[in-house]
Design a protein around this ligand. Structure first.
Ligand SMILES: [Zn+2]
Ligand SMILES: [Zn+2]
Length: 310
């Protein structure tokens, strides 16, 4: 239902705005690409709108930190708009299609069909909701291990430290990542999604749910989900502890993105500390803390290079 409305909306926008513009500029050969880009741009707008609508009232309700933090938060807003309205959606889509095409080409050549979840669990075909939840859980497990590696490998921590360097964390901080880190993350996610056989139609829904949970977990709000809830879904308290000054690099705790069960299973959970710690990475270069987007990106490449030579 919502999907149909959305498709009708993008179709209308394309025909009334983009198509005439392409025609006037003699760029009709690019119509398909332009449509895809517009589609993902609008999907990004929906994502940001949903996230702001959910998180902003919460941050006004019970903030952990008060007072002006203008420039520090402004950098994270820039990260979010860049990541969600242009760069990342394009990248994610291109990678998902590219990985899919590679695997299809390989199937055509060898005749071997790689098994997906539905090969092992044929009943999933009749239970689309159960299938969706299972896909989310597996992708979330993938994210848990990517996140742990980001903290364990020195070159990867050199990049991920940008995410941790923010001393005024808000829901905008979710997208505060080095561009190289974004590329690796998108590829990681796309490969797992294709391997387990996520239907392309479900891909955006899964992305939307995970992204909303991620943004919410960064929100500047005193909020936990109670004794049981804390163990079921990642809360702002749970992830704030991950951003605490004592959780940098290899000292990391609470890595999960959506389901804390992974931290519990692999022995990295901290459910006990109730306090809301100061956030930041004490070892981060100054540019990671106070620099704008460009400075952090440049400094990020330098730091990776240094980490690799050590
Ligand atoms: Zn981290
Ligand atoms: Zn985070």
């Amino acid at each position: 239902m919502i999907g149909e409305l959305y498709d009708a909306g993008t179709g209308w926008l394309f025909e009334t705005l983009l198509q005439p513009a392409l025609y006037a500029l003699g760029l009709m050969d690019w119509a398909d690409e332009a449509f895809h880009w517009m589609d993902f741009f609008l999907f990004g707008c929906v994502q940001v709108a949903v996230v702001v609508a959910v998180c902003r009232p919460l941050e006004m309700w019970r903030p952990v930190e008060r007072g002006p933090a203008g420039r520090l938060v402004g950098t994270d807003v820039a990260y979010t708009l860049l990541a969600r309205l242009g760069l990342l959606p394009m990248l994610g889509f291109v990678l998902f299609v590219a990985v899919g095409a590679r695997i299809e080409g390989w199937i055509a050549e060898t005749g071997f069909v790689p098994p997906t979840l539905e090969t092992f669990l044929p009943w999933l075909r009749d239970w689309p909701l159960a299938a969706l939840l299972l896909y989310v859980a597996i992708l979330d497990l993938g994210e848990y291990w990517r996140h742990r590696l980001q903290h364990m490998l020195p070159w990867w921590w050199a990049l991920h430290s940008i995410h941790h360097a923010q001393t005024r964390m808000t829901f905008w901080t979710d997208d505060r990542n080095h561009i190289l880190d974004d590329v690796i993350g998108a590829a990681w996610f796309a490969v797992i999604a294709v391997l387990i056989g996520v239907p392309p139609g479900q891909f955006p829904v899964i992305l939307l749910v995970l992204r909303l949970a991620e943004s919410l977990s960064h929100a500047n709000v005193r909020l936990d989900f109670g004794r049981v809830g804390e163990r079921l879904v990642v809360s702002p308290r749970f992830h704030r502890l991950h951003h605490g000054v004592l959780s940098a690099g290899r000292e990391g705790r609470n890595y999960a993105v959506l389901l804390p069960v992974w931290d519990w299973a692999f022995g990295t959970a901290d459910f006990d500390r109730r306090a809301y710690p100061r956030t930041g990475d004490p070892g981060a270069p100054a540019a990671y803390v106070t620099g704008g987007w460009v400075r952090q990106q440049v400094e990020g490449f330098r730091e990776v290079w240094r980490a690799l030579r050590r």
